[in-house]
Design a protein around this ligand. Structure first.
Ligand code: UFG
Length: 345
């Protein structure tokens, strides 16, 4: 019998791409999303790609009663992938309580309901933000690198949630969990039927690049060119969202079908550190489109350089990032062109 996976935040950027990969791997998917930062048309896009319409429930994971009704309706949920969360770093500084409430209450509700409905596997979407700025000896960063004090309430919710999950698993409950620490997800599905749709002015680099290339934004500012890096701009590990989505399928197979430790942590990155300048340069080369940009002051709170050592994910999880950066950037541009064609922006 097919296994059923509950995907919270399943109409969001990473959630929608993961739903596609889960369906293509033979899972049934139930999406739960409150549509606070996405829209229901994403479900159509998923169906167009896979030929299968995922079940969709417009529910806020902080509403325990409504969430419980979902577990009761789809009786045989085997696993959960929990994406639903508020994720804007700057907003979290302005509205910390909103972030602490949204991101922890939704997690608590899910964890409390799991044993009641016999749900065995839990994949949590965490972030390399837990490592802060790793010291020189800890780059590329492994899962054993020290966790550092969070730079924002958003980052702190990732740390707190990891701790909540750890303590719950250690209490002896019959649940297994994989914590995935993402580096910087980018790109869109090659079909351009789903992608990233930021609200308002994008904070993240790639949507700002594609919107500037499209003429929606006048100029991209590269924040800081005096960092201690080869070209002076910050370094990140940009991971193609479809590759990232596939890591979730591996993680789900691991918690549900394999005899493994009850809680495991994996870095999901490419192992390749790329500077902001290189991203813009590669985008122009990959698409043939010029980006109007200039250097600006450093952005407060930015990490200078971080990239993954993905050996554990490669060797233990059996997952590896397959895509080149240029390919991922091309899909981001194709998606931006699609948004223009549809008149979205
Ligand atoms: N950048 C620019 N100009 C822009 C936007 C970004 O130069 O307009 C630079 C940033 O300074 C940074 C790099 O591009 O060096 C990447 O910035 P993003 O905002 O895309 O990503 P971050 O690495 O800063 O943040 C990401 C996630 C956060 C998460 C953080 C740490 O978006 O949610 O990683 O894990 F908290």
């Amino acid at each position: 019998m097919k296994q059923t996976i509950l995907v919270t935040g399943g109409t969001g950027f990473i959630g929608s791409h993961t739903t596609v990969e889960l369906q293509q791997a033979g899972y049934d998917v139930v999406i739960v999303d409150n549509l606070s930062n996405s829209n229901a048309e994403v479900v159509d896009g998923i169906e167009q790609i896979t030929g299968i319409r995922p079940a969709f429930e417009q529910v806020d994971c902080c509403d325990k009663q409504a969430l419980e009704a979902v577990f009761a309706k789809y009786k045989n949920i085997n696993g959960i992938i929990h994406f639903a969360a508020s994720k804007a770093v700057g907003e979290s500084v302005e509205k910390p309580l909103l972030y602490y409430r949204n991101n922890t209450v939704s997690l608590l509700n899910l964890l409390e309901l799991m044993p009641v409905y016999g749900v065995k596997g839990f994949i949590f979407s965490s972030s390399c933000t837990v490592y802060g700025q790793p010291s020189k000896e800890n780059l590329p960063v492994t899962e054993d690198a020290p966790i550092q004090e969070a730079c924002s309430p958003y980052g702190n919710t990732k740390q707190i949630n990891e701790e909540i999950i750890r303590d719950y698993i250690h209490s002896g409950v019959n649940i297994k969990s994989v914590i995935l620490r993402y580096f910087n997800p980018i790109g869109a599905h090659p079909s351009a039927l789903i992608g990233e749709l930021p609200n308002g002015v994008p904070n993240n680099l790639i949507p700002f690049v594609t919107q500037t290339a499209m003429g929606i934004r006048n100029e991209l500012k590269i924040f800081g060119n005096d960092y201690d890096t080869p070209d002076g701009t910050c370094i990140r590990d940009y991971i193609y969202v479809v590759d990232l989505a596939k890591a979730h399928v591996k993680a789900m197979q691991r918690v549900l079908d394999m005899d493994t430790e009850p809680i495991e942590y994996f870095n999901v990155g490419t192992g390749r550190g790329v500077s902001t300048y290189e991203v813009v340069d590669k985008f122009e080369k990959a698409t043939g489109v010029k980006v109007n940009w200039s250097y600006a002051a450093r952005r407060e709170g930015d990490i200078e350089k971080v990239w993954a050592n993905p050996d554990k994910a490669n060797n233990v999880l059996g997952w590896k990032a397959e895509s080149e950066l240029e390919e991922a950037l091309s899909t981001a541009w194709k998606w931006q062109l699609k948004l223009r064609e549809k008149g979205v922006m």
